[in-house]
Write a protein that binds this ligand. Structure first.
Ligand code: FAQ
Length: 319
């Protein structure tokens, strides 16, 4: 078949909601775009363990510590599903990790902010996982099968993460004046970076148009950001916290909240590596990669030994 016909068939499948599977023909640009998005998503999950990991040893009770440890481990699992999904497209795991470590691949801007108090753990669960779910529910219907299936499980876990974060905020908001102030301060610091997670405005987005055509993305950056604001503002009101945006106002006519403009200079600075914790995050990942070399070598040696034993057994049985 000619490339033109292959492309036509491919788009027809997408339009008919048939999932694309690893061995199906796909345009190179579709494969490349998916590897970019899935691997950056995987890196985000893994780097995302760092800000919360910072509070495991200082969680205020055993119960909180257990929950936080489970959550951070979940994020590692999400990273693994996503790296595996990227591998089904022919990407090598080591190459993907190298792209992260040498700064070629991005990861979510949100994880370059510090976690200063315990309330930040609440704010991350509530807002960051909340934003992640808003974006990822649409990805359960993404056109690439392995990515869509990974997202189903990830969304279930993220939903528990969001609730535990909101429950931390609720507890603090109902607590002493100092605890309530701590919750408000965390909301003040995490609100705008959470809105930035959805990416640039649709008019500035490089990939959206093609990604929507291929149904990799099912909703635009601005649509998702609006849905997040609409869902989250009433949650803040319910626990007596104030969203730090003087322009925030319910618009009866639109049926949505109007909200202020994001500081895009700050967003692009963070994306380009100049955020408060970019260096710290990449240094931590580099150390983990270097210190884990012996584990990878041992695992590979074990796998090779096991394979050799199997080959020997098969040979003996055949003889
Ligand atoms: N940060 O053309 P678009 C989580 C880049 S997981 C950094 O609009 P696209 C779980 C973008 O890559 C959070 N860079 O891009 C958790 C592109 O640059 P490139 C991560 C950003 O792909 C919770 C350029 O700007 N979620 O939180 C950001 O169509 C708690 C132009 O942008 C995912 O990755 C940003 N925020 O739309 C873990 C979901 N936004 O690649 C631990 C999957 C944009 O050409 C604790 N990804 N850029 O060099 C997506 O849905 C999309 O990739 C978007 C961006 C929506 C993030």
């Amino acid at each position: 078949m000619q490339t033109h016909d292959l492309e036509k068939n491919f788009q027809q499948k997408i339009d008919a909601e048939v999932k694309i599977e690893p061995k199906d023909w796909m345009p190179d640009a579709y494969r490349k775009n998916l590897i970019r998005q899935i691997s950056q998503h995987a890196h985000s999950e893994v780097v995302g363990m760092l800000p919360e990991g910072n509070w495991i040893t200082r969680a205020p009770s055993l119960r909180r510590k257990l929950i936080l440890m489970a959550k951070v481990q979940d994020e590692a699992g999400h990273g693994l599903y996503l790296y595996s999904a990227a591998e089904t497209l022919g990407a090598g795991r080591d190459d993907l990790v190298m792209d992260l470590l040498n700064g070629k691949a991005k990861y979510s801007s949100i994880f370059n902010y510090p976690t200063l108090t315990w309330a930040d753990i609440g704010a991350i669960g509530w807002l960051v996982d909340g934003a992640a779910i808003m974006n990822q529910v649409m990805l359960t219907r993404t056109s690439y099968g392995p990515y869509a299936r990974a997202m189903v499980r990830i969304c279930k876990e993220e939903s528990f993460h969001q609730r535990q974060g909101y429950e931390i905020m609720l507890t603090l908001a109902k607590g002493s004046p100092e605890q309530k102030a701590m919750a408000q301060d965390a909301l003040d610091r995490w609100w705008w970076p959470s809105l930035m997670m959805f990416g640039p405005h649709d008019s500035e987005s490089t990939h959206s148009e093609q990604s929507m055509k291929w149904k990799i993305k099912r909703k635009s950056n601005d649509e998702l950001r609006q849905a997040f604001v609409d869902a989250t503002v009433p949650q803040a009101e319910l626990i007596g916290l104030k969203v730090p945006d003087p322009d925030l106002k319910w618009n009866e006519k639109r049926g949505h909240y109007d909200f202020g403009e994001i500081n895009w200079n700050e967003f692009w600075n963070v994306v380009k590596g100049r955020g408060p914790c970019n260096k710290q995050r990449l240094d931590a990942r580099r150390n983990a990669w270097e210190n884990g070399a012996w584990v990878r070598e041992a695992a590979m040696a074990y796998a090779e030994k096991k394979a050799a034993r199997r080959m020997k057994q098969a040979g003996e049985e055949a003889a």
